[in-house]
Design a protein around this ligand. Structure first.
Ligand SMILES: *[C@@H]1O[C@H](CO)[C@@H](O)[C@H](O)[C@H]1NC(C)=O
Ligand SMILES: *[C@@H]1O[C@H](CO)[C@@H](O)[C@H](O)[C@H]1NC(C)=O
Ligand SMILES: *[C@@H]1O[C@H](CO)[C@@H](O)[C@H](O)[C@H]1NC(C)=O
Ligand SMILES: *[C@@H]1O[C@H](CO)[C@@H](O)[C@H](O)[C@H]1NC(C)=O
Length: 450
Protein backbone atom coordinates (compact mmCIF):
# COMPACT_ATOMS: atom_id res chain seq x y z
CA UNK A 1 0.00 0.00 0.00
CA UNK A 2 1.33 3.36 -0.93
CA UNK A 3 1.72 5.67 1.96
CA UNK A 4 0.84 9.20 1.06
CA UNK A 5 1.31 11.05 4.27
CA UNK A 6 4.80 10.79 5.64
CA UNK A 7 5.88 12.08 8.98
CA UNK A 8 7.96 15.12 8.36
CA UNK A 9 10.95 13.61 10.02
CA UNK A 10 10.86 10.19 8.46
CA UNK A 11 10.19 11.71 5.10
CA UNK A 12 13.59 13.27 5.15
CA UNK A 13 15.79 10.25 5.70
CA UNK A 14 17.93 9.72 2.71
CA UNK A 15 16.87 12.80 0.86
CA UNK A 16 20.24 14.28 0.97
CA UNK A 17 21.68 11.66 -1.31
CA UNK A 18 19.72 13.21 -4.09
CA UNK A 19 19.69 16.80 -3.10
CA UNK A 20 23.09 17.48 -1.70
CA UNK A 21 25.54 14.74 -2.29
CA UNK A 22 28.34 16.81 -0.84
CA UNK A 23 26.77 17.16 2.60
CA UNK A 24 27.18 14.29 5.07
CA UNK A 25 23.88 12.77 6.11
CA UNK A 26 22.87 11.43 9.48
CA UNK A 27 20.50 8.86 10.95
CA UNK A 28 20.22 6.80 14.12
CA UNK A 29 22.77 4.38 12.72
CA UNK A 30 25.02 7.00 11.20
CA UNK A 31 25.92 9.87 13.43
CA UNK A 32 27.51 13.05 12.13
CA UNK A 33 31.32 13.23 11.94
CA UNK A 34 33.26 15.25 14.49
CA UNK A 35 34.05 18.11 12.11
CA UNK A 36 30.37 18.57 11.20
CA UNK A 37 28.79 17.27 14.39
CA UNK A 38 25.21 18.53 14.27
CA UNK A 39 22.40 16.59 12.58
CA UNK A 40 19.78 19.07 11.34
CA UNK A 41 16.03 18.51 11.22
CA UNK A 42 16.61 17.49 7.61
CA UNK A 43 19.21 14.87 8.48
CA UNK A 44 22.29 16.65 7.21
CA UNK A 45 25.44 17.41 9.17
CA UNK A 46 27.02 20.78 9.79
CA UNK A 47 27.84 23.45 12.34
CA UNK A 48 26.22 26.79 13.20
CA UNK A 49 22.53 26.81 12.35
CA UNK A 50 22.66 23.00 12.03
CA UNK A 51 23.18 22.93 15.80
CA UNK A 52 20.19 25.18 16.58
CA UNK A 53 16.45 24.49 16.23
CA UNK A 54 15.76 21.02 14.93
CA UNK A 55 19.22 19.60 15.69
CA UNK A 56 18.70 15.91 16.60
CA UNK A 57 20.99 14.91 19.49
CA UNK A 58 20.48 11.20 18.78
CA UNK A 59 21.98 11.49 15.31
CA UNK A 60 24.63 14.09 16.09
CA UNK A 61 28.27 13.34 16.87
CA UNK A 62 27.60 13.52 20.59
CA UNK A 63 24.59 14.27 22.77
CA UNK A 64 25.89 17.76 23.47
CA UNK A 65 26.68 18.68 19.85
CA UNK A 66 23.30 20.37 19.55
CA UNK A 67 22.89 23.73 21.25
CA UNK A 68 20.43 23.60 24.18
CA UNK A 69 16.90 24.63 23.19
CA UNK A 70 15.24 27.75 24.68
CA UNK A 71 12.50 26.82 27.18
CA UNK A 72 8.80 27.45 26.78
CA UNK A 73 7.46 31.00 27.04
CA UNK A 74 3.81 31.92 27.41
CA UNK A 75 3.24 34.20 24.49
CA UNK A 76 0.69 35.61 22.11
CA UNK A 77 2.31 36.05 18.72
CA UNK A 78 0.36 38.77 16.99
CA UNK A 79 1.03 38.00 13.34
CA UNK A 80 0.90 41.55 12.03
CA UNK A 81 4.53 42.21 11.26
CA UNK A 82 7.80 40.45 10.53
CA UNK A 83 9.76 42.50 13.06
CA UNK A 84 10.26 39.40 15.18
CA UNK A 85 11.13 37.09 12.28
CA UNK A 86 14.60 36.12 11.13
CA UNK A 87 15.78 33.98 8.26
CA UNK A 88 17.77 31.03 9.63
CA UNK A 89 20.88 32.59 8.15
CA UNK A 90 20.43 35.52 10.53
CA UNK A 91 19.68 33.77 13.81
CA UNK A 92 22.22 32.50 16.36
CA UNK A 93 19.93 31.12 19.05
CA UNK A 94 18.85 34.09 21.15
CA UNK A 95 15.05 33.99 21.50
CA UNK A 96 15.02 37.54 22.83
CA UNK A 97 16.03 38.63 19.33
CA UNK A 98 13.35 36.77 17.36
CA UNK A 99 10.08 34.92 17.90
CA UNK A 100 10.18 33.09 14.57
CA UNK A 101 12.95 31.74 12.43
CA UNK A 102 12.42 30.33 8.98
CA UNK A 103 13.04 29.99 5.30
CA UNK A 104 11.07 31.09 2.28
CA UNK A 105 8.95 34.16 1.75
CA UNK A 106 6.74 35.25 4.58
CA UNK A 107 5.24 38.69 4.13
CA UNK A 108 2.82 41.05 5.75
CA UNK A 109 -0.45 41.79 4.03
CA UNK A 110 -3.46 43.55 5.45
CA UNK A 111 -2.36 43.12 9.05
CA UNK A 112 -1.61 39.40 8.80
CA UNK A 113 1.41 37.30 8.01
CA UNK A 114 1.17 35.40 4.75
CA UNK A 115 3.29 32.33 4.18
CA UNK A 116 3.73 32.34 0.43
CA UNK A 117 4.65 29.83 -2.23
CA UNK A 118 5.52 31.54 -5.52
CA UNK A 119 5.40 29.51 -8.74
CA UNK A 120 7.74 26.51 -8.69
CA UNK A 121 9.06 27.33 -5.26
CA UNK A 122 9.12 25.03 -2.25
CA UNK A 123 7.04 27.34 -0.09
CA UNK A 124 7.74 28.84 3.30
CA UNK A 125 8.26 27.44 6.79
CA UNK A 126 8.44 29.31 10.11
CA UNK A 127 9.29 27.85 13.52
CA UNK A 128 9.15 29.41 16.95
CA UNK A 129 12.48 30.13 18.60
CA UNK A 130 11.29 28.66 21.90
CA UNK A 131 10.15 25.11 22.58
CA UNK A 132 6.91 23.94 24.11
CA UNK A 133 7.07 20.93 26.47
CA UNK A 134 3.40 20.08 26.66
CA UNK A 135 0.90 22.93 26.87
CA UNK A 136 -1.59 24.58 24.56
CA UNK A 137 -1.01 26.19 21.21
CA UNK A 138 -3.63 27.88 19.06
CA UNK A 139 -3.42 29.34 15.57
CA UNK A 140 -5.97 31.67 14.04
CA UNK A 141 -5.44 31.10 10.36
CA UNK A 142 -6.75 30.64 6.83
CA UNK A 143 -5.36 27.82 4.74
CA UNK A 144 -4.26 28.02 1.15
CA UNK A 145 -6.26 26.29 -1.57
CA UNK A 146 -5.79 24.41 -4.81
CA UNK A 147 -4.69 20.95 -5.87
CA UNK A 148 -1.34 19.92 -4.43
CA UNK A 149 -1.07 22.84 -2.04
CA UNK A 150 -0.52 21.84 1.60
CA UNK A 151 -0.84 24.12 4.63
CA UNK A 152 0.47 22.87 7.98
CA UNK A 153 0.44 23.89 11.62
CA UNK A 154 2.42 21.43 13.71
CA UNK A 155 4.52 20.81 16.80
CA UNK A 156 7.87 19.24 15.99
CA UNK A 157 10.57 18.20 18.44
CA UNK A 158 14.29 17.75 17.94
CA UNK A 159 13.92 13.97 18.30
CA UNK A 160 11.09 14.17 15.76
CA UNK A 161 8.02 13.79 17.93
CA UNK A 162 5.25 15.47 16.01
CA UNK A 163 1.64 16.66 16.48
CA UNK A 164 -0.02 17.93 13.31
CA UNK A 165 -2.76 19.80 11.63
CA UNK A 166 -2.46 19.48 7.87
CA UNK A 167 -4.74 20.85 5.19
CA UNK A 168 -4.81 19.85 1.56
CA UNK A 169 -5.98 22.54 -0.81
CA UNK A 170 -8.64 20.42 -2.50
CA UNK A 171 -10.57 19.78 0.71
CA UNK A 172 -11.30 23.05 2.47
CA UNK A 173 -13.75 21.38 4.84
CA UNK A 174 -11.29 19.08 6.59
CA UNK A 175 -8.51 19.50 9.11
CA UNK A 176 -6.34 16.38 8.97
CA UNK A 177 -4.71 15.57 12.30
CA UNK A 178 -1.82 13.30 13.06
CA UNK A 179 0.92 12.52 15.56
CA UNK A 180 4.23 10.66 15.51
CA UNK A 181 6.65 9.39 18.10
CA UNK A 182 10.25 10.01 17.08
CA UNK A 183 9.31 10.15 13.43
CA UNK A 184 8.38 6.49 13.25
CA UNK A 185 5.84 6.12 10.46
CA UNK A 186 2.61 4.70 11.74
CA UNK A 187 -0.21 4.28 9.34
CA UNK A 188 -3.06 4.50 11.79
CA UNK A 189 -2.35 7.77 13.54
CA UNK A 190 -4.44 10.02 11.31
CA UNK A 191 -7.86 11.47 12.05
CA UNK A 192 -10.03 14.05 10.32
CA UNK A 193 -12.01 16.91 11.79
CA UNK A 194 -14.75 18.58 9.78
CA UNK A 195 -14.52 22.35 9.65
CA UNK A 196 -17.85 24.03 10.21
CA UNK A 197 -18.90 27.16 8.38
CA UNK A 198 -17.92 28.05 4.85
CA UNK A 199 -14.39 26.67 4.56
CA UNK A 200 -10.80 26.90 5.74
CA UNK A 201 -9.70 29.30 2.98
CA UNK A 202 -12.23 32.12 3.08
CA UNK A 203 -12.62 32.39 6.82
CA UNK A 204 -10.36 32.41 9.79
CA UNK A 205 -10.71 29.42 12.08
CA UNK A 206 -9.01 28.61 15.37
CA UNK A 207 -7.00 25.41 15.41
CA UNK A 208 -5.78 24.34 18.80
CA UNK A 209 -3.63 21.58 20.24
CA UNK A 210 -3.86 20.76 23.93
CA UNK A 211 -1.03 18.45 24.87
CA UNK A 212 -0.35 16.89 28.27
CA UNK A 213 1.70 13.86 29.32
CA UNK A 214 -1.54 11.89 29.14
CA UNK A 215 -3.36 13.04 26.04
CA UNK A 216 -3.54 15.22 22.95
CA UNK A 217 -6.69 17.14 22.09
CA UNK A 218 -7.27 18.75 18.73
CA UNK A 219 -9.83 21.53 19.08
CA UNK A 220 -11.27 23.48 16.15
CA UNK A 221 -13.16 26.71 16.79
CA UNK A 222 -13.41 25.82 20.45
CA UNK A 223 -14.98 22.44 19.76
CA UNK A 224 -13.16 19.23 20.64
CA UNK A 225 -12.54 17.37 17.38
CA UNK A 226 -10.26 14.54 18.42
CA UNK A 227 -8.57 13.09 21.50
CA UNK A 228 -5.64 10.69 21.59
CA UNK A 229 -4.66 9.21 24.93
CA UNK A 230 -1.14 8.12 25.74
CA UNK A 231 -2.62 4.95 27.21
CA UNK A 232 -3.72 3.96 23.70
CA UNK A 233 -0.21 4.17 22.30
CA UNK A 234 1.76 1.42 24.06
CA UNK A 235 4.25 -0.23 21.72
CA UNK A 236 4.95 -3.75 22.96
CA UNK A 237 7.83 -4.19 20.52
CA UNK A 238 9.83 -1.23 21.72
CA UNK A 239 8.38 -1.31 25.23
CA UNK A 240 7.50 2.35 25.30
CA UNK A 241 4.69 4.76 24.60
CA UNK A 242 4.44 5.80 20.97
CA UNK A 243 3.34 9.22 22.16
CA UNK A 244 4.85 12.68 21.51
CA UNK A 245 6.60 13.74 24.72
CA UNK A 246 9.52 16.07 24.06
CA UNK A 247 9.96 19.87 23.76
CA UNK A 248 8.72 20.99 20.37
CA UNK A 249 8.83 24.06 18.20
CA UNK A 250 5.60 25.35 16.67
CA UNK A 251 6.01 25.19 12.91
CA UNK A 252 3.72 26.76 10.32
CA UNK A 253 4.22 26.16 6.63
CA UNK A 254 2.98 26.01 3.07
CA UNK A 255 4.54 23.47 0.73
CA UNK A 256 3.96 21.86 -2.66
CA UNK A 257 2.74 18.33 -1.92
CA UNK A 258 1.65 18.16 -5.54
CA UNK A 259 5.00 19.11 -7.08
CA UNK A 260 5.87 16.85 -9.98
CA UNK A 261 9.09 15.81 -8.27
CA UNK A 262 7.04 14.07 -5.58
CA UNK A 263 5.96 10.45 -5.47
CA UNK A 264 2.54 9.65 -6.79
CA UNK A 265 1.27 8.76 -3.33
CA UNK A 266 2.17 12.17 -1.99
CA UNK A 267 0.76 13.97 -5.01
CA UNK A 268 -2.48 12.00 -4.69
CA UNK A 269 -2.75 12.74 -1.00
CA UNK A 270 -2.20 16.43 -1.70
CA UNK A 271 -5.08 16.41 -4.17
CA UNK A 272 -3.17 16.07 -7.41
CA UNK A 273 -0.54 17.93 -9.39
CA UNK A 274 0.00 21.52 -8.42
CA UNK A 275 -1.00 24.11 -11.02
CA UNK A 276 1.59 26.86 -11.23
CA UNK A 277 -0.69 28.78 -13.58
CA UNK A 278 -3.68 28.79 -11.31
CA UNK A 279 -5.90 31.78 -10.65
CA UNK A 280 -4.12 32.08 -7.33
CA UNK A 281 -0.72 32.42 -9.00
CA UNK A 282 -2.03 34.69 -11.74
CA UNK A 283 -3.82 36.96 -9.36
CA UNK A 284 -1.47 37.11 -6.39
CA UNK A 285 1.80 35.77 -7.70
CA UNK A 286 1.86 32.98 -5.16
CA UNK A 287 -0.17 30.51 -3.16
CA UNK A 288 -0.50 31.66 0.43
CA UNK A 289 -1.75 30.78 3.90
CA UNK A 290 -2.79 33.57 6.25
CA UNK A 291 -1.92 33.76 9.95
CA UNK A 292 -3.58 36.28 12.25
CA UNK A 293 -2.34 35.03 15.61
CA UNK A 294 -0.56 32.15 17.26
CA UNK A 295 -0.59 31.73 21.02
CA UNK A 296 1.37 29.42 23.28
CA UNK A 297 0.47 28.51 26.85
CA UNK A 298 3.16 26.49 28.55
CA UNK A 299 2.21 23.43 30.57
CA UNK A 300 1.77 24.22 34.22
CA UNK A 301 3.69 21.89 36.48
CA UNK A 302 6.30 22.16 39.19
CA UNK A 303 8.22 19.06 38.29
CA UNK A 304 9.44 17.50 35.09
CA UNK A 305 8.24 16.57 32.60
CA UNK A 306 6.84 19.78 31.21
CA UNK A 307 8.59 22.49 33.21
CA UNK A 308 10.09 25.72 31.90
CA UNK A 309 11.93 27.00 34.94
CA UNK A 310 15.38 27.33 33.45
CA UNK A 311 16.88 28.72 30.28
CA UNK A 312 17.06 25.70 28.03
CA UNK A 313 16.27 22.05 27.46
CA UNK A 314 18.82 19.41 26.58
CA UNK A 315 18.78 15.60 26.40
CA UNK A 316 20.90 13.53 28.77
CA UNK A 317 20.23 10.23 27.06
CA UNK A 318 19.94 9.02 23.51
CA UNK A 319 16.54 7.46 24.24
CA UNK A 320 15.01 10.88 23.61
CA UNK A 321 12.03 10.19 25.88
CA UNK A 322 10.44 12.67 28.28
CA UNK A 323 12.52 11.46 31.24
CA UNK A 324 15.73 12.28 29.34
CA UNK A 325 14.92 15.97 28.89
CA UNK A 326 16.65 18.33 31.35
CA UNK A 327 15.27 21.80 32.07
CA UNK A 328 18.58 23.61 32.63
CA UNK A 329 20.42 26.92 32.84
CA UNK A 330 22.73 26.22 29.91
CA UNK A 331 23.06 29.06 27.41
CA UNK A 332 21.48 28.85 23.96
CA UNK A 333 23.36 31.42 21.89
CA UNK A 334 26.23 30.82 19.49
CA UNK A 335 28.80 33.51 18.98
CA UNK A 336 29.00 32.75 15.28
CA UNK A 337 27.94 30.21 12.66
CA UNK A 338 31.24 28.44 13.24
CA UNK A 339 30.01 27.33 16.68
CA UNK A 340 28.49 24.08 17.93
CA UNK A 341 27.03 22.89 21.24
CA UNK A 342 30.48 21.90 22.46
CA UNK A 343 32.18 25.11 21.29
CA UNK A 344 29.56 27.84 21.49
CA UNK A 345 32.02 30.71 21.51
CA UNK A 346 33.87 29.65 18.41
CA UNK A 347 34.35 32.52 16.00
CA UNK A 348 34.00 36.06 17.13
CA UNK A 349 32.74 37.66 13.97
CA UNK A 350 36.12 38.71 12.68
CA UNK A 351 37.32 37.37 9.39
CA UNK A 352 40.20 35.44 10.87
CA UNK A 353 37.94 32.59 11.88
CA UNK A 354 36.68 31.81 8.46
CA UNK A 355 39.38 29.33 7.61
CA UNK A 356 38.46 27.12 10.52
CA UNK A 357 35.08 26.25 9.13
CA UNK A 358 35.94 26.56 5.51
CA UNK A 359 34.53 23.30 4.27
CA UNK A 360 31.76 22.78 6.77
CA UNK A 361 28.15 23.68 6.17
CA UNK A 362 26.56 26.24 8.43
CA UNK A 363 22.99 26.79 7.24
CA UNK A 364 20.72 23.77 6.70
CA UNK A 365 19.16 23.86 3.29
CA UNK A 366 21.71 26.35 2.19
CA UNK A 367 23.91 24.00 0.32
CA UNK A 368 27.61 24.13 0.90
CA UNK A 369 27.73 27.79 1.64
CA UNK A 370 30.02 29.02 4.32
CA UNK A 371 29.51 31.86 6.67
CA UNK A 372 32.88 33.49 7.11
CA UNK A 373 33.59 34.04 10.73
CA UNK A 374 29.95 34.26 11.52
CA UNK A 375 29.34 37.40 9.61
CA UNK A 376 25.78 37.68 8.55
CA UNK A 377 25.16 36.84 4.94
CA UNK A 378 21.58 37.97 5.07
CA UNK A 379 20.94 41.62 4.64
CA UNK A 380 17.24 42.22 4.58
CA UNK A 381 14.51 40.85 6.76
CA UNK A 382 13.15 37.63 5.45
CA UNK A 383 14.86 38.03 2.17
CA UNK A 384 15.62 34.39 1.81
CA UNK A 385 19.35 34.54 1.79
CA UNK A 386 19.60 31.20 3.51
CA UNK A 387 21.65 29.61 0.85
CA UNK A 388 24.12 31.64 -1.03
CA UNK A 389 23.45 29.74 -4.15
CA UNK A 390 22.18 26.43 -5.26
CA UNK A 391 25.20 24.41 -4.40
CA UNK A 392 23.09 22.08 -2.37
CA UNK A 393 21.03 20.97 -5.26
CA UNK A 394 22.49 19.53 -8.35
CA UNK A 395 19.27 18.49 -10.00
CA UNK A 396 18.77 21.15 -12.58
CA UNK A 397 15.70 19.35 -13.81
CA UNK A 398 13.49 20.39 -10.96
CA UNK A 399 12.90 23.97 -10.08
CA UNK A 400 10.79 22.91 -7.17
CA UNK A 401 13.58 20.90 -5.71
CA UNK A 402 16.12 23.64 -5.89
CA UNK A 403 14.33 26.25 -3.89
CA UNK A 404 13.46 29.72 -4.95
CA UNK A 405 15.89 29.66 -7.77
CA UNK A 406 16.13 32.69 -9.89
CA UNK A 407 15.60 31.10 -13.25
CA UNK A 408 12.41 29.43 -12.15
CA UNK A 409 11.24 32.85 -11.22
CA UNK A 410 12.13 34.22 -14.57
CA UNK A 411 10.14 31.54 -16.29
CA UNK A 412 7.08 32.31 -14.34
CA UNK A 413 7.36 36.03 -14.15
CA UNK A 414 5.19 36.39 -17.20
CA UNK A 415 2.34 34.77 -15.38
CA UNK A 416 3.01 35.72 -11.83
CA UNK A 417 4.72 39.05 -12.15
CA UNK A 418 1.56 41.04 -12.57
CA UNK A 419 -0.09 40.15 -9.31
CA UNK A 420 1.86 42.37 -7.03
CA UNK A 421 -0.92 42.95 -4.59
CA UNK A 422 0.83 45.72 -2.68
CA UNK A 423 2.36 43.52 -0.05
CA UNK A 424 4.96 45.85 1.32
CA UNK A 425 7.22 45.38 -1.62
CA UNK A 426 8.23 41.98 -0.38
CA UNK A 427 7.64 40.45 -3.75
CA UNK A 428 10.70 42.22 -4.95
CA UNK A 429 13.11 40.31 -2.78
CA UNK A 430 15.81 38.12 -4.15
CA UNK A 431 14.39 34.65 -4.19
CA UNK A 432 17.62 32.80 -4.42
CA UNK A 433 17.41 30.23 -1.68
CA UNK A 434 19.08 26.90 -1.58
CA UNK A 435 17.27 23.67 -1.03
CA UNK A 436 15.11 24.34 1.95
CA UNK A 437 13.30 22.06 4.27
CA UNK A 438 10.56 21.57 1.84
CA UNK A 439 12.80 21.04 -1.10
CA UNK A 440 14.15 18.13 0.84
CA UNK A 441 10.69 16.83 1.56
CA UNK A 442 9.73 17.18 -2.03
CA UNK A 443 12.79 15.28 -3.06
CA UNK A 444 12.51 12.50 -0.58
CA UNK A 445 9.00 11.26 -0.87
CA UNK A 446 9.89 9.59 -4.12
CA UNK A 447 12.73 7.68 -2.59
CA UNK A 448 10.68 6.29 0.22
CA UNK A 449 7.80 5.24 -1.90
CA UNK A 450 9.71 3.55 -4.66
C1 LIG B 1 -9.16 12.50 5.78
O1 LIG B 1 -9.76 13.12 4.67
C2 LIG B 1 -9.05 12.97 3.46
C3 LIG B 1 -9.77 13.74 2.38
O2 LIG B 1 -9.66 15.10 2.66
C4 LIG B 1 -8.94 11.51 3.10
O3 LIG B 1 -8.16 11.37 1.92
C5 LIG B 1 -8.29 10.77 4.24
O4 LIG B 1 -8.26 9.39 3.96
C6 LIG B 1 -9.02 11.01 5.55
N1 LIG B 1 -8.24 10.42 6.63
C7 LIG B 1 -8.81 9.73 7.59
C8 LIG B 1 -7.91 9.20 8.63
O5 LIG B 1 -10.00 9.53 7.62
C1 LIG C 1 6.90 0.00 17.65
O1 LIG C 1 8.30 0.20 17.77
C2 LIG C 1 9.07 -0.39 16.75
C3 LIG C 1 10.52 -0.21 17.13
O2 LIG C 1 10.83 1.13 17.27
C4 LIG C 1 8.71 0.22 15.42
O3 LIG C 1 9.45 -0.35 14.39
C5 LIG C 1 7.24 0.05 15.15
O4 LIG C 1 6.88 0.72 13.97
C6 LIG C 1 6.42 0.57 16.31
N1 LIG C 1 5.02 0.26 16.11
C7 LIG C 1 4.08 1.19 16.03
C8 LIG C 1 2.70 0.71 15.82
O5 LIG C 1 4.34 2.38 16.10
C1 LIG D 1 6.60 11.12 30.85
O1 LIG D 1 7.14 11.11 32.14
C2 LIG D 1 6.25 10.81 33.20
C3 LIG D 1 6.98 10.96 34.54
O2 LIG D 1 8.31 10.57 34.43
C4 LIG D 1 5.65 9.45 32.99
O3 LIG D 1 4.74 9.12 34.01
C5 LIG D 1 4.95 9.42 31.66
O4 LIG D 1 4.45 8.16 31.37
C6 LIG D 1 5.86 9.86 30.54
N1 LIG D 1 5.12 10.00 29.31
C7 LIG D 1 5.43 9.35 28.22
C8 LIG D 1 4.58 9.60 27.04
O5 LIG D 1 6.37 8.59 28.14
C1 LIG E 1 3.50 46.84 -7.08
O1 LIG E 1 3.63 47.39 -5.78
C2 LIG E 1 4.36 48.58 -5.78
C3 LIG E 1 4.56 48.98 -4.31
O2 LIG E 1 3.47 48.64 -3.52
C4 LIG E 1 3.60 49.62 -6.59
O3 LIG E 1 4.32 50.83 -6.58
C5 LIG E 1 3.46 49.12 -8.02
O4 LIG E 1 2.69 50.01 -8.79
C6 LIG E 1 2.78 47.76 -8.03
N1 LIG E 1 2.78 47.20 -9.37
C7 LIG E 1 1.72 46.59 -9.88
C8 LIG E 1 1.90 46.00 -11.23
O5 LIG E 1 0.65 46.50 -9.28
Amino acid sequence: MVRALLPLGAALLGATAVLAADIPTCSLNKKCPEEAPCCSQYNQCGVGAYCLGGCDPRMSFSLDSCVPAPVCQDKVYKMDSLDRYKDISEYLGDPSKADWVGQGEPLVYDGNVLLTMPAKSVGTVLATTTYMWYGKVKARMKTSRGAGVVTAFILFSDVKDEIDYEFVGVDLQTAQTNYYFQGIPDYVNGGNITIEGANSYDEFHDYEIEWTPDEIKWIVDGKLGRTKKRSETWNATSNQWGFPQTPSRVQISIWPGGADTNAKGTVDWAGGAIDWNSEEIKHFGYYFATFAEVSVECYKTDSAPGTHKGVSYYYNNIAGTNDTVVDSDKPTVLKSFAGTGTDMDKGDGTSGDASQSSSVNTIPGGGSNQVPGGSNPGSGSGSGTGGSGSTGTSGSSACAASGFSQHCDDESSGGGGGGNNSNNGARGVDRTLGASAFAVIVGIAGLLLL
